[in-house]
Every structure is written in structure tokens, then in C-alpha cells.
Ligand binder design. Sequence first.
Ligand code: ATP
Length: 827
Amino acid sequence: MTNDGGHRSRDAPAASSTPLIAPAVLAPAHSDLDVAPPAADGSRSRWHSGATAVEFGIHPATTNGNGHNNGSLPITASSTTLGASDPCAPEATTSGGQNGHGRVLLSFHDLTYSVMVAPHPTATNGNGNGDQQQLPLPATAAAVQGSKRPRLSIRRRNADLVPKTILKDITGFFAPGRLAAILGPSGSGKTTLLNSLAGLSKGGLMHGDVMLNGLSLDPFELRSVVGFVFQDDVIMETMTVNEALEMALALRNPPESAEDARRRMERIVDLLGLERARHTIIGSPARKGVSGGERKRAAIGMELMGRPQVLLLDECTTGLDSFTAFTVMSILKKLAHLQQKTVVATLHQPSSEIFEMLDDVMILVDGQILYHGPTQDMVAYFTARNFPCPNHYNPADFVFMSIINNTPAHVIDALLLDYRKSAMPGHAAAAAAIITALTLEADHHRRTMSTASTAEPSRNPWHAHRERKRRRRIGNAPLEMTKFYPPFRQQFAYLTKRAWLNTIRNKLMLQTRLMQAVFLGVLVGLIFLNVRHSSPDPRAVAQSITGVFFFVSTNSFFSATLPVLSIFAVERHVFLREYVSGYYGVAAYFWSRTLVETPFQILYPVVLATIAYWIINFSSTVVGWLVFTMFAVLVSLVGNAFGIAMASLFEDIGIALTVVTLAILPLLLFGGLFVNSGTAPAWLVWLQWVSPIQYSFSGLMKYYFTDRTLGTLDGNEYLRQLGVDKKLPMGIDVILLAVLWAVCTLAGYFGLRRLAHKIAGSRPRGMRKWFQRRHRPVEQAGTERDDGAGEEDVELTAGGNVAEWGAPTPVQFGRVLGVAREHDGRD
Ligand SMILES: Nc1ncnc2c1ncn2[C@@H]1O[C@H](COP(=O)(O)OP(=O)(O)OP(=O)(O)O)[C@@H](O)[C@H]1O
């Protein structure tokens, strides 16, 4: 097997039948993309003069089974850009800058993922399970999992459901500085695996470990470290590319100087080739915006703003033409090679150009690994198993067309088994060796950093504080939280600005709703024109005035409820995606949105009521106009809050719409006009107490008719006949409308919170402290190093104790080495 990092010809004879699973060279030696210069501070040369240089060219055959080099492995001076500065970092000393030391190995062991599904009608195994596996999970997974709690649980709501195992005991790793792809036919489990690695899988039961640099993390922790680009790039359509990136910059990073922020933006725009699209809106099917490729690059850019060292992308080339797909993959390759990121993408059949670009591939079939290793070794691997790929044939096509789709099932099963038996055990050993190297590298970096940092502390106090905390948090673990969670006020300020821009950019919607208010105001005004003198019969006049009050109350409520349902359905999608991605919390989003939306919810009824009032000419007093408008506004606010509450409480927006439609009837019937409270069935009369229309209607009626006569008509008597309760003064109606508004608003907030937690899992905030607590270095777990004085000196002590700061702890390595031993048959 070649280990030169070059591009071996596919025609080359199969090197051996040895399982080819380890990354031959973690960082390619002379890639044309690998052009990052040594760090300006000379850290690269310092690194090379250090005691340990790292070359990740590790093959299981050359390791002794426990991840340690046996002497024959060419662990030589690295040709990688270990000291290369992160192009995304404003400067080496800023928080989150990786500066080459933050490389992360993403490994997973015995990953099994099951969901509950309805049994297949043709199931024959007696349990209605067909080919689906039974829970409990395989012994290996359970053994490794030990006493650990399952990460997610299945709620068996329906006893008839059966478990379906989507991922079956998958073990492997993705290394830093490499571009890897997960390939496989549709339904093979690519997305499920990627989601599991990102901590995003939900609704199923996951067993096994996902580890970053040997630390086993749960889904919440994974989400804090891993950047994830979803297949469908859900970005707010009214934002420009620049604004989308700015949002990520503002919400994913600690505050930094305007100059640093600008420089970082420029680097990312430049890296992603987004200059031309920078000021174009994202758009939607109804509103033309950036192209699909630009949108995808914008989504990648947003993730990069958070400086994740692990970047996962789901089907990032789907829907793109071949050139654009190639461009996107080239960018990913740059990210992996230049910034030493761990980049993994799921792909449907890649073109030969894209396939050649990949450093590593994992091929999944039916939730199991068919091949996992360097791309350049794949052809040899299959050739050694009697599946030679013809010359000049795309190896990916060959695997899909000739092996997966054109081979009897038992042969595929044999290949899967062969891979599992022969190749998988070496993974753990190789992963352990890489982690050892990474840890030594991190150790060296810390030692060099401690001197450099003492010399040049950040001048920005906020920055300096964050930086101190970050370093302390790193402690002994060669892993850091890369995502930044800004404080509430920062989220709120940003989201308020964005919601405002979004609202005023939706000009068509604004104009339509304004025109609707004007139109209805004029219409109602003309229908009831000069109502006081419209008839000699006072009862007819009273009836018309009653009709106006009821219509305005009803219209203000429903014209606020129904549009917000459809608008919020779209917005909610963006919110949930951004929430899952960790940009902000529910409270910041909800209250900023409410703040921006409220003035508009006041404006529309004010316009309608004002026009109608003066044309109708009830009483032509300013106080009368104020009261009339106040009720229209209040009932409109309740309607809007009710719509949002419905859209938040129900995950399915169709169900929300149905519930609102069902609610219309009782709200209308008990609105005060149709059903007289004196005649309504006792068990239904309570409905009038929850009808905002009733409060608005009765408030207006009381204001107009109490202690008044209309010709021969006594107002008080008229109210009594209609069943309007005069005992409650108008002020109570106002207060109860305000209470309903508050209740609906809070229901909306908690409904959205519940929905967000359901989609993304709870504990989205306060992650940092929790993470820090959980991963406090083992040997210091008993001593509260985090607390009290001295926090500032921790990292800054020149020549810090290597054993304390850099040496790999048993826990960090235990799992991976343990895995290696288990496979090695040793204790
Ligand atoms: N929550 C779930 N409930 C039931 N089945 C599920 C669930 N999640 C995934 N599956 C099933 O698991 C299998 C793998 O799904 P997954 O989306 O991971 O496949 P994929 O390889 O990404 O497919 P594609 O390339 O078509 O997107 C599919 O058969 C899918 O229907």
C-alpha cells in the first residue's frame, strides 16, 4: 500500500488484501491546496524543533494494536501546516482561533440507531419484524456502552410498532485535514449516520459512542462543537448573503473589533467565492434570489463563522449542476486542507472529478459499512475481493452499479461481513494513535501559546475574559467548545433588527394588509353611512350600530389570526433551523418578533377603525373614536397572539389551521350577538368568557348605549334585551381583553419553546457551564480549579506543567484504547 499521499493510479495492482482502513496520510503532503504558510510567529518551525513531530500516516498493520507505534511506523516530521493560522480567525490570539492546534478526530464506535416503525405486512419471522432487528441492541454496543444511559429513548405509544435498525454497529473515524464522504444508495443510512455524528438524530434509540478526540460526547455536546450544513438551506429569504453571514458572525462569536469582524467576513466571502452574490437576497421560490450554489455556499459560510473544527454536510451537492457541485466540493477540500478541519459530506453518486477529490470514503449499504478508508485504496480493496474496476471508469459508479446493485444479496452480505471482521478492529487502534498524536500536538501548542499569550494579552477586556475562560475550559482535553452562545441581550438586539428589516422588506405583505384595512374601513363606512340618520326607526338604527360593532370586532380578530398562521408557518421553519443550529434561544426570538410585530398589529385596526368611524358618524367625538379604535386594536392583538399560539402549539400547521377553523364557530356564536347569554345552555355559557369578540362587542355596546336614548329607544333596555351584562363596566372588558392577549402570548411562547425542545432537544442554553463541568480534567475533578481566584494564571503560567496541561488523561484515551484492546483480544 502506498503511503505517499499522492494519487496512485487506479490501474495499479492491488497492493494487498490487508484491510485498508486507516487514513494513509492525514494531511496530504503536497496538495496544491495546501498552501498555507507557516504561522507568522514561527510556530511551525518551533513545532518542528520540538520533541515530537506528528505525521498521521498510520496504518493498522503498522500499529501494535493499542494505538502505539511499534517502531516501524514512519512517524516523521510533519509536512502538514501544523502552525498554519486559521483563515477564519481574526488573529491568533483571539478566542476560538484554532491556530492549527484545534484539530479534531471524529470517531464513532458500535453506533447503532433504531426507530420504531409499523410492521411490514409481509413480515415472516413471527414477530412481525421482517428483516428488522430486535431490541435490545447488539452485545458489543451494549458492552461498550456499559452502564451508560441510552442517549435517546423511544416512546412506545403504539404497542404494535416494531424496531427497525437503521445503523448497525458502525465503527470508524474521520480525521482532521481530510475531506471525507459518506456514500451509499438511497435509504442506506447516510443522513442518519451524519445526524448521529452531529447530535441531531431524534425519535430513535442510539447506542454506541461518538467521540471527538477520544471524548465520548452526548448529542448536546456534539452540537456545540460540530458545524452542520443541512441539505435544505433554510435561510431567511429577505436577508442578503452578507446579512446572513453577519448574523452568524454576530451570534456565533464573542464581540470583536469592527476591523477584526470585517477582515473575517472578507476572508470567508473570498474563500467561498461569494463576492458577486454578497448583496443579493437569499430569496425563495416566489422571490428570485441567489442561485442554488450560492445559497449552499452561504449556508457553509454561516457555519464557518462559528469556526467549527468539524464540519458535516448533508447532501451538499444535491440539486446543483456538476460544475457548481465541483466548486462546492473544492471549497470543502480547501477547508479541510488549509484549515485542518474534519470535513464529512454525504453524497449521492459523485462524479469522477468529485470522487478523485475525496481523501476518504465510507460506503454504506443497509446501515453497514461496505468500505471505509482512503479513496485511493478503494479500488484495490475491491479488486482484492474479485471486483476489479475497469480502467477509466468512475470507481463510485462501479461500486454502485456493479457491486451494490448488480450483485446477489448473499455476496453483499459476505462483503459486509468481511469488512466488519477484517477491517473494523484496526479502526480503533488507528484512531487511538491519531489521538495520541493530536494530544501531543495540543500539548506542544499550549506550551508555546502560554509564552506567546503572556507576551501579548488581548486588549479588549471582553475578549480577554472570554479567552481566559476558554483556555481554562480546554484544560487537559484536546477539545474545545467552538460555538459561542451570545448573551440574551445581544441575541435580542440582533433579532429585533432583523425582524424589523424582514417586516419592512416584505413590502407586498405590508401594502396588502394596509390596503385590506383601508378597503374594509371604507366598505363598512359606506354600508353604514351616516347611520344615526339612516332610518326614522330607532330600532333599525340601533340594529345597524350593533352590526358595526360586531363586524369590527369579528373582522379585527380574524384578519389578525388567519394571516399570521400562514406567515408564521414559514417563519417557524427558519426559526427552528436556526435554533437547532444554536444561533439563539426561543425567548430572544419570540420576544423580539413580538416587539416588532406589535406596532403593525396596532396600525391595521387603527386604519380600519378610523376610516369606518368617521364615515359612519356614530357620535363624531374624539373620545368615541378612541374607544372604538381601542377595542379594534385590542381584539386584533388577541387575534394575532391566538394565531401564533396555535402555530406554536401544533407541530403540524395543517392541524393548527383546522383547530382555528373549529374555534371560529364558538367564538362567533358566543361573541354576544347571536346567542343571548340568558338563553344559552348553562354548560356552554362559559364560552362567552373566553371569546375576545364578546368582550370587544360588549365593551363597545356598553360605551354607546349605556344611559343613552336613541329616539324612543332606551339604551339600557336595549342592552338588557341583547343580554349584554351591564354589571361589568367597560373597563373590565378592556382588562379581560388584555388578559386574553397576555394568556395567548404566553401560550405562544411556551408552545414555541416546547416545539423547539421537541425538535432540537432541551438544554439548548447554559451549555457551556454544563459542558465545562462534565469535562473537567479527570485528575482535577476533585479540586475545584474552576472556582475562585487564580483563574487568570492557569494558562498564562510560563512553562506550565506539561503533565498537568498536556499529557493525555486515561479517560481521554481509555475509551479508544479500550476499544483497541477489546478488538485485540487483550485486556
Ligand atoms: N425516524 C425514522 N422513522 C422511520 N424510519 C426512518 C427514520 N429515520 C430514517 N428512517 C429510515 O431509515 C432509512 C435510512 O434513512 P436515511 O435518511 O438515513 O437514508 P439516506 O441514505 O440518507 O437516504 P437518501 O440518500 O435517500 O437521503 C430509510 O429507509 C428511512 O426511511
